[in-house]
Design a protein around this ligand. Structure first.
Ligand code: AMP
Length: 599
């Protein structure tokens, strides 16, 4: 296949914001592609050569890409750099420069899909001495043979800016349309949720149909999308919703990890964050302990890594464990910031998929699968848990959790249906945090989608940000507030750098927005925000029409908490349904408070 056919599909996807239209474009295209090429195309559509959880990334610096553009376009480096300052996106710079170059180049061969994958692989694997120079030359070779649209996408792919607007939900709709039925769509989604590998699912489906997809299972080394919790505003509400009986666990304030453990000669331990980043390097002590103490040969477990004070064993807040994310000096960090892992779930062990088993069975097997450490301090532990059958017990357990420096509790259903729902948020798990008992309802995790230039003291940096929440049903983002408080000077100075990679010339196609910032960003950076309350908003677009026709919901008096949620993807942000729920909880609370008291 010629690369220009794929580039044309990317271009058509980018120029529409209709999910239905994207589904049609993709499903037509999927039918025409060889299954083995389809796999790679799916990865390329999000700017990668492998599934998301693979550590390698193309990640070429803009400067290097601009050098390659200058070398093939016959323009001076200054001309190319100036255009980049104006446009912000090396892809568009390449497109414009290559369009001009075309008139003067005589000898170029059309790019095939295969040759582009080969070129990108050379870029990804170039290491050692002169590697930057070699990367630049491999890129220049491809650009030499590119037409303008191909050049745009090649440069976006190598700089990690590849976002054509079709999210995972749309890709799965298109796969179902092309190769299965609407009714079979949930099985495609499950296969994706338990492998996090859309390329694998697409190739399997295109080559072997739904029967082959049904055989895709949970496997050590392939991260599983994490199960998430809903929230309710009070312990009695939780007990009610759980039918009067459920398990409570402490909700630890640390970093979630999914550990994939395999013993033996070809063994390994991999720790993944909830964003599927490889965290093994940050927790070598946890990885070693899990491997040593696992009784079986291979398993996937989940737990929370929490920092503690070695002088008294007391647990420390999240911020402490994030220091482990430093790239260098890990030995020192392991010593200075000791952590423990509190395990709370078992997804797989020795050939058996536990995600399909109810919570009590998973928990019992988990507690039976690790041996205590023979001597010295044991850093492998389990979440404190109890079965709760009334409100007094619930309150007592919650108070103990808070006294033990936890954030609150996680209530977990004991019903037979309480399987591990990979990638979904539901009421089988319900979280309840200390914050809920205070005036502010909770924190919101929102994606940065725009910035406003600062004035006065903040001149020269961004002064405020446009923040968005996510709607998983439509796969789109909607704005929820303009955020201008809670930033310190150091953070403001760092912001442009943090956001640069996500800068976009126009409003991202996955975003609904009325408010227009000075700079747009595709959703990438997630910040934690508190707010006084939620109100109906004529300007913000999240949950548009849910409460009032022609209006969305907006956060009032939003404030940055200081916490960058780099453990969350933008799709793991607070959802529009949660914001609606908050709004309704707040309305209920306000009407309860205005009821005359009986005494
Ligand atoms: P939140 O980040 O507020 O959405 O809360 C969900 C997170 O709580 C999970 O992703 C875990 O990182 C964390 N967590 C802490 N303790 C537990 C527990 N006992 N069970 C499940 N998740 C837990």
């Amino acid at each position: 296949m010629q690369f220009c056919q794929l580039a044309e599909v990317f271009d058509r996807l980018e120029s529409t914001s209709s999910r239905l239209e994207m589904t049609d474009i993709l499903s037509d295209f999927f039918r025409k592609v060889e299954p083995s090429e389809l796999r790679q195309m799916i990865y390329l559509s999000v700017g990668r050569l492998h599934p998301e959880f693979y550590p390698q990334e193309l990640g070429m610096a803009d400067k290097l890409v601009l050098k390659a553009i200058a070398s093939v376009s016959g323009r001076t480096q200054k001309e190319v750099d100036d255009l980049w300052i104006k446009l912000g996106d090396p892809g568009e710079v390449a497109e414009q420069m290559v369009a001009k170059k075309k008139q003067m180049t005589l000898f170029s061969e059309p790019l095939t899909f295969k040759s582009v994958v080969e070129g990108l692989t050379l870029i990804e694997t170039a290491t050692g001495k002169d590697s930057q120079d070699r990367k630049m030359k491999h890129l220049a070779r491809m650009l030499h043979d590119s037409d303008p649209v191909e050049a745009r996408y090649i440069c976006r792919i190598v700089t990690g800016r590849m976002r054509v607007g079709a999210g995972a939900m749309t890709v799965m709709d298109a796969l179902a349309t092309a190769f299965a039925t609407k009714e079979e769509r949930p099985y495609i989604e499950r296969a994706f949720n338990i492998t996090c590998d859309m390329g694998l699912v697409a190739e399997t489906l295109a080559a072997g149909g739904m029967e082959a997809v049904g055989k895709i299972g949970v496997a050590v080394g392939s991260p599983v999308k994490v199960m998430l919790a809903e929230r309710l505003r009070s312990l009695p509400d939780i007990m009610d919703r759980m039918g009067g009986k459920c398990a409570f666990e402490y909700k630890y304030d640390g970093m979630r990890v999914q550990a994939h453990i395999k013993k033996g000669e070809d063994g390994f331990v991999k720790l993944y964050s909830r964003r599927l980043e490889d965290l093994t390097h940050n927790f070598p002590d946890v990885a070693d302990a899990l491997r040593e103490q696992l009784k079986g040969t291979e398993a996937i477990i989940e737990g929370e890594c929490v920092a503690y004070d070695p002088s008294n064993g007391s647990l420390l807040p999240f911020q402490n464990v994030t220091h482990r994310r430093k790239k260098h000096g890990m030995d020192k960090a392991v010593e200075e910031i000791p952590v423990k892992i509190f395990m709370f779930d078992l997804l797989y062990i020795d050939g058996v998929d536990y995600t399909v088993k109810p919570y009590s069975e998973r928990r019992a097997k988990l507690k039976d699968s690790f041996a205590p450490k023979e001597e010295g301090l044991d850093i492998v532990d389990y979440t404190t848990q109890a079965v709760i059958t009334d409100e007094d017990q619930a309150q007592e357990f919650f108070d103990k959790a808070i006294a033990s420096k936890c954030e609150g509790i996680m209530a977990k259903s004991l019903e037979d249906v309480s399987i591990y729902r990979a990638g979904s948020r539901g009421f089988l798990w319900i979280k309840y945090k200390k914050d809920y008992t205070q005036a502010l309802v909770d924190t919101f995790d929102l994606a940065v989608v725009g910035a406003f230039y600062g004035m006065g003291k903040r001149a020269g940096v961004y002064g405020a940000l446009l923040m968005a929440a996510y709607d998983p049903d439509t796969g789109r983002f909607g704005t929820a507030c303009k955020l201008g408080t809670g930033f310190d000077d150091a953070f403001l100075a760092e912001l442009p750098n943090m956001l640069e990679k996500y800068r976009s010339e126009k409003k991202p196609s996955s975003l609904e927005a009325e408010m227009v910032p000075d700079v747009w960003f595709v959703p990438g950076v997630v910040l934690e925000v508190t707010a006084a309350d939620i109100s109906i908003s004529p300007i913000h677009t999240i949950a548009f029409g849910s409460i009032k026709e022609d209006a969305g919901l907006g956060l009032r008096f939003p404030r940055f908490t200081g916490r960058v949620r780099d453990d969350k993807t933008p799709e793991q942000c607070t959802t529009s349904a949660e914001i609606v729920e908050f709004y309704q909880m707040q309305e209920e609370r306000d009407s309860d408070e205005s009821e005359p008291s009986e005494s």
